[in-house]
Write a protein that binds this ligand. Structure first.
Ligand code: SAH
Length: 221
């Protein structure tokens, strides 16, 4: 399988043809080897136009959805970015091309460990992976110029709004745990005023935690 050709095709048909325009975002997708982020049994579908399972009931999002959310952060290069929901580490790897430093949090320890090892093996040096409840953010490293939440919550966690820098942008799916969700962009003005803008309907796995959906129910973990 020619992964480089599959990746070029993905960028053209799934991203450019659907309206992703930011040249830096497109070149990050052209660079990052997505096939390194999927389980071996999914490798032939690594560049396909749908989400894929990555173990423990979690998924690596469809390439277009990763591009849509990351483009909406409006990154220029000098930012420190917080991501909640590391999963495979793929979105963190894309982010690492677009900003100065990425702080990513995953609540499932085996996924956090695997992503940390993968990102280090592939040479992504500006990504820190933390195992914990990302609904509380990463207070020690705050504030962040951009925050990407890669899992859907009932509302935007207060802790994340507090950790967003003035002038910053937060992108997160909000809605029902297993139903309708909307991608929202919250921007914080220089004076701290928050503005909220809807970006369309989406479907993400739930954000579970203190400021997400409740954990510890039967059938989970
Ligand atoms: N960005 C990932 C896909 C994320 S799927 C990628 O590129 O592969 C959503 C992830 O969020 C899952 O791995 C899930 O375990 C994690 N998650 C859910 N609730 C969380 C929380 N409170 N803190 C951190 N991670 C959480």
């Amino acid at each position: 399988m020619d992964f480089a050709a599959a990746r070029r095709q993905m960028v053209k048909t799934q991203l450019i043809d659907r309206g992703i325009e930011d040249a830096r975002v497109l070149s990050a997708f052209a660079e990052v080897p997505r096939h390194e982020f999927v389980p071996p049994e999914q490798i032939l579908d690594a560049y396909a136009d749908w989400p894929l399972p990555v173990g423990l009931g979690q998924t690596i999002s469809q390439p277009y959805v990763v591009a849509l959310t990351i483009e909406a952060l409006h990154l220029r290069g000098p930012e420190r970015v917080l991501e909640i929901g590391t999963g495979s580490g793929y979105a963190a790897a894309i982010l690492s091309h677009l900003c100065q430093a990425v702080y990513t949090i995953e609540r499932l320890e085996p996924l956090a460990r695997a992503a940390r090892e993968r990102l280090s093996r592939l040479g992504f040096k500006n990504v820190a992976v933390y195992h914990g409840d990302g609904s509380l953010g990463w207070p020690d490293a705050a504030p962040f110029a951009a925050i990407l939440v890669s899992a859907a919550g009932p509302q935007v966690p207060r802790a994340l709004l507090d950790q967003l820098a003035p002038g910053g942008r937060l992108i997160m799916p909000v809605g029902a745990e297993y139903g309708a969700q909307e991608l929202v962009c919250v921007s914080k003005d220089r004076d701290g005023t928050l503005r909220r803008e809807p970006l369309g309907g989406v479907r993400f796995v739930p954000l579970l935690g203190a400021q997400g959906f409740p954990t510890g129910r039967s059938g989970e973990d």
